[in-house]
Design a protein. Structure first.
Length: 94
């Protein structure tokens, strides 16, 4: 789905543009226009709206930002902003 991507050696970032689909083996997937990965900061930022779908959850937000937490690796925190819609169900969401 990603149409274009590049790596900036000066600021150590990787960027995708033109639609980005991220899939996890547990059934979760995220779709956004693009992402920027700040490699040295251990951070990821979506470019605009993001939609995340999982076995029992659907989430839409204007933007998402994943940062490493204060405790270091394994303590990552994802912040959703600019309008958030969350649907959670006891059964899988079609």
């Amino acid at each position: 789905m990603t149409k274009k991507g590049y790596f900036n050696e000066n600021n150590h970032t990787a960027t995708t543009l033109g639609g980005t689909l991220i899939r996890r083996s547990d059934g979760f997937q995220a779709i956004t226009e693009g992402i920027t990965v700040e490699i040295e900061e251990n951070a990821v930022r979506s470019h605009g709206r993001i939609a995340i779908r999982g076995p029992r959850v659907f989430l839409e937000a204007g933007q998402a930002h994943l940062n490493q937490g204060a405790s270091g690796p394994g303590s990552e925190v994802m912040v959703f902003s600019e309008g958030v819609k969350l649907i959670y169900g006891p059964r899988p969401i079609p």
